[in-house]
Unconditional design. Sequence first.
Length: 399
Amino acid sequence: MKITAIETLRTAEFANVIWVRVHTDSELIGLGESFYGAGAIEAHIHDTLCGRLLGRDPLRIEALHREMLNLPMAQSCTGVEYRAASAVDIALWDLFGKVCGKPVHQMLGGLCRDRQRIYNTCAGYGYVRSKDIKPVSNWNRGAAGGPYEDLDGFMNRADAVAESLLESGITAMKIWPFDPAAIENEGMFITPTQLKAALEPFEKIRRAVGDKMEVMVEFHSLWNLPMAKKLAKYLEPYAPTWFEDPIRMNSPQALAEYAGSTDVWVCASETLGSKYAYKEMLDRDATHVVMADLCWTGGLTEGRKIASLADTYHRPFAPHDCIGPVGFIASIHTSFSQPNTLIQESVRAFYSGWYKELVTVMPTIKDGYVLPLDGPGLGVELLPAVFERSDLTVRRSEV
């Protein structure tokens, strides 16, 4: 089998999502995805990667993965090179499953459990959907899009959001109420009024549902180390499950200092990238929960190595998803195939909302758990309507 063409697709409306389709001489096509900077990813795939991939055997996934990342500039572990390689790698695993007639989780070693617990990241329908993604966290807050507008919800009605999630069986949620203060004050300090406002969602959740709801805290790397340590102390009485990205993920020593200052788990993080960055954090005891995004860190090939690395340090794995629908499904396949998966991230405003505008199927989510997909490969394709969109850009390189 040979790769005969590589095709990329992106739209103006969902401007940061890019899909990759790997065509073969067997007529089977593998589907992959990445997110953010779609134009740059497209250019790297066609201008650099296609010259290394066209005509090659798509089932030699490890060799092709090494080929894609064996580049002088492929050192930024979640940069364009890694995001491009991730999309292609996911497509190769999809193709592998289709060749064998088995789901990707089977190709990765098979199911480790029959259902996988999820948590709900409390984003809204417009969160990261549009092109205008800035280095802040409350994107499109307040934009009414349906019953699961959880971003505005957790900022103003956290008790109601928690109750709604529990009604559907979801017992864990992630929120980031400290971000407005961090953005206003450049992560340097927080005023008493801002602190009171940031703690209010936690108070509402605990008053409404007690300890029935686990709460993860996302900090989006917006704080300096002394303030991050101080905020951890303010939050500890509310028994959060983990603190995610309290500081920039570029100093294992600083994060280790932070982790040693609190009894709450530290989660790090989809911004790290390849297995090498995670090893530095694990060697320093800087993280308790290992999170990776398959669309940024090198695809399924690198993702499963990161999960295995975490397992050797007796750490749980918690795949990230707050991007596109194909990446979400790839992440779920990885979750099921890894023995140390703790919990899978999900966004109900996404999988019940705009994801359905783009792909043929969404996984079944029931009683706070996601069930495995059983189709060959990833088990998902782009909807025919995607190929008919007037805002679609397609670029194709072929032998």
